[in-house]
Write a protein of this length. Sequence first.
Length: 212
Amino acid sequence: MTGRWLLSRFGLWPLLIPLAWWLYCKLATRNQSALAGMIVCFMSVFGSVLFTYVCWQWNGIDRSLSEAAYRTLSLNIAQLGVLAAIVVWLRREETEADHQPSAFNDPPPLPVWLGTVKTCVAPREIVAIRSSRNYVDVLAIGETYLRRDTLRGLQTRSGLEQLFLVHRSWLVNPLHAKGLQRGSNQWTLVMRSGLQVPISRKHRDTVLAWFD
């Protein structure tokens, strides 16, 4: 009698705990703990729905148990639908996150000069790069560096794909862009550091799209 009462209250999902725990451990090692947790809940509710169906179809279970299971059928189905939608949403979010750079695969730093000292700057810290004949000024957060290079050469360099040409003399990092300022003859891109970068007519539409 106690066993039947437990089944009427909890369904079959306690029988799935070992399998659910194994699945959770497998997925958690891949940094998918949120998705794994939702799959565990999904399996639990699915087990309850399955038990309800068995109670409804199998005449070997007493009538009171079948009626108790049937009363929870609509709730279980609703929970199953909600959990399925959450699992799909979490999976999509984690797939998108897989395509974003993490702390373990950041692009290589850019070698630069600070006076007579050779150092490196992380691409994410670069606000803008200004051309100066055979050299470029690398304007980073809180510091300005020098490098013997050209804008064309930097555009094809691995790890600097996030930099965009907005003027024949300027590359900028959109992550540091604050807003646009419209002048009488030219648009200006205002960076969070206060730096103002001219925008050529050729690249104006591209920059305007950043703020749509």
